[in-house]
Design a binder for this molecule. Structure first.
Ligand SMILES: Cc1cc2nc3c(=O)[nH]c(=O)nc-3n(C[C@H](O)[C@H](O)[C@H](O)COP(=O)(O)OP(=O)(O)OC[C@H]3O[C@@H](n4cnc5c(N)ncnc54)[C@H](O)[C@@H]3O)c2cc1C
Ligand code: FES
Length: 516
């Protein structure tokens, strides 16, 4: 039987229908399933990514993993386990049997359970307790990984936020546009924290860290002792002084509460001015357009995103926004507010019921700095994400880490990367000594156009455009001295995954050559 989700894999398919190193999509009892082949081995796993339901059948097989085309989650083909963020939950997997020239998908196998400590940790004493400061992407991913690695000791996740860990990237996208509701936002349901015995402490900014005493103190005076500590305090929006403006007139977007507040203001607003043409500013512009507001974007740059994405993509993004009715005021900035009028440096005056500032963030390293940890525009960590204080790790937006590709210390502000750092930091908290070498990845979504970016290019001397930006189908490669540093793609998700895999392979080759 064949259906729109492909052949019935229980009835079997001819071996040569499954390409070597590739996959086909079929179904088992109506459930979409990917049948993949690697040499003589066949694997059957669920076809829907557990992050946002991305179509894994359009993803990429890399060794015995399957990568999601939407935001690069990585699953084991052998067990269905979610190996790297942004997906946390496994996909189902089935036993596959080859009989003659056909392969048959047989019984559904049980999900991998929290196993015993991995081999590299056996013989080592697990930490008596782990405390994680920061309930964002990195913090939650770390707590989750600790349990998945079989760590049984006390885990405390302390957050300054009012809300349990949530989907921060969505704050400027569907949630702000009003197309995703509150039910979409939590990364985990409340029962998860109880089931996993994760002591989640909210509304508790940590104000001091005593390294020698292995103790932290929250603003309400409560102290928490730790054996190992992870700092994952993220970043704070840079506040811009605006003469004539009261605090309530200036909106920033970092937290769920911020997004709710902007959405509430937008409900009665007609005109919005956004200062800054960062990803966040632009996503806010797109979301407010979706709500029907007139939107003006004011930014110092010649083209939006030019510094990060180059001129070509900058022009494309501007064109995309203009086609949706956004007005740009570039190479300009806000000079003051007069009532509801935003006065720009150029003298232009714009009416605004809503003023959103998205002029960048600063890593939240105050706590680490006061405790005497090494700081350099972020918390300095080594290749294992350990700070200058042994047993104290840092991950996510605060961490400045030695990028093996560029040889430079870099700090990136990407969701998936923060989660992956959290996951690796968790294993290192347990004594694993795993080098963090993931390829940076981020995506942005505006008016349905999604840009994926892999790698890290601080400065480049050449860009190569393959395809057409106008047709929203292209890959832009950023190079320095002939070497690919980063690749941005539009409507070429498979190519983005391939670029990521190629960077992983070339790093592995470099490391082997270095050690050989
Ligand atoms: C609106 C928005 C949209 C974004 N969209 C994208 C996107 O599309 N793609 C992408 O790749 N990236 C995106 N990002 C960036 C991404 O969200 C960040 O890189 C990521 O959240 C970093 O994770 P983190 O865990 O380091 O920090 P965060 O997620 O910011 O978490 C930090 C946590 O630490 C807590 N905290 C801070 N200080 C203290 C303290 N002293 N004591 C206790 N707790 C503390 C905070 O309350 C928070 O819970 C977006 C960011 C924003 C704000
Ligand atoms: S939907 Fe698969 S990684 Fe997001």
């Amino acid at each position: 039987m064949a259906s729109d989700v492909g052949p019935d894999l229980v009835a079997g398919v001819a071996v040569d229908r499954v390409p070597e190193g590739g996959m086909i999509q079929g179904q088992v009892g109506g459930e979409p399933v990917v049948l993949a082949r690697r040499g003589t081995e066949f694997f059957a796993v669920g076809a829907a990514c557990t992050h946002y339901g991305g179509p894994l059948g359009r993803g990429l097989i890399v060794e015995d993993t399957l990568r999601c085309p939407l935001h690069h989650a990585c699953f084991s083909l052998r067990t269905g386990e979610a190996l790297r963020g942004p997906a946390f939950d496994h996909i189902p997997h089935w036993r596959v049997e080859r009989v003659g020239d056909s392969v048959f998908v047989r019984d559904r196998l049980t999900a991998p359970t929290h196993g015993p400590a991995p081999p590299s940790m056996r013989g080592q004493k697990p930490p008596a307790s782990v405390v994680i400061v920061g309930g964002g992407g990195a913090g939650l991913a770390a707590a989750d990984a600790l349990r998945r690695e079989g760590y049984d000791g006390p885990v405390t996740l302390i957050s300054a936020d009012d809300d349990p860990p949530y989907d921060r990237p969505n704050l400027s996208k569907d949630y702000l546009a009003g197309t995703a509701g509150d039910e979409w936002m939590p990364l985990r349901p409340p029962s998860y924290y109880t089931d996993q015995r994760i002591n989640l402490v909210l509304k508790s900014p940590v104000v001091s860290l005593e390294v020698q005493q292995k103790r932290i103190r929250a603003a309400d005076g409560t102290t928490y002792a730790f054996d190992r500590l992870l700092l994952a305090t993220g970043a704070d929006p840079i506040k811009l002084p605006v003469p004539g403006a009261s605090d309530s007139q200036l909106s920033y977007l970092r937290t769920y509460a911020d997004s709710r507040a902007i959405a509430a203001k937008a409900a009665s607003a007609k005109r919005a001015v956004i200062i800054g043409s960062s990803f966040i500013g632009l996503e806010v512009a797109a979301s407010l357009r979706a709500r029907g507001l007139a939107v003006h974007v004011v930014a110092l740059e010649k083209e939006p995103l030019e510094r990060v994405m180059g001129q070509e993509i900058g022009q494309f993004i501007r064109g995309l926004h203009e086609a949706h009715g956004v007005s740009f005021h570039l190479q300009d900035t806000i000079s003051r507010l007069e009532g509801r009028r935003v006065i720009l440096r150029s003298g232009t005056s714009l009416d605004a019921d809503l003023l959103v500032l998205g002029v960048g963030v600063r890593p939240a390293c105050g706590l680490a700095g006061r405790a005497g940890l090494s700081i350099d525009r972020g918390v300095v960590v080594d290749e294992y994400l350990e700070t200058s204080a042994p047993g104290i790790f840092a991950a996510g937006d605060i961490a400045r880490w030695p990028d093996p590709r560029s040889g430079e210390r870099v700090r990136v502000e990407h969701w998936v990367f923060a989660e992956r750092q959290g996951q690796v930091a968790a294993r290192n908290l347990l004594g694993r000594r795993e080098r963090f070498d993931a390829v940076p990845f981020f995506w942005t979504e505006q008016y349905g156009a999604s840009i994926k970016y892999v790698g890290h290019a601080q400065a480049w001397d050449e860009t190569v455009v393959d395809g057409s930006l106008e047709a929203k189908n292209c890959a832009v490669t950023f190079k320095r001295a002939g070497r690919t540093l980063a690749v941005a793609t539009i409507s070429r998700d498979l190519q983005s995954l391939q670029a990521e895999a190629a960077m992983e392979t070339s790093l592995r080759a470099d490391l082997q050559a270095g050690s050989g």
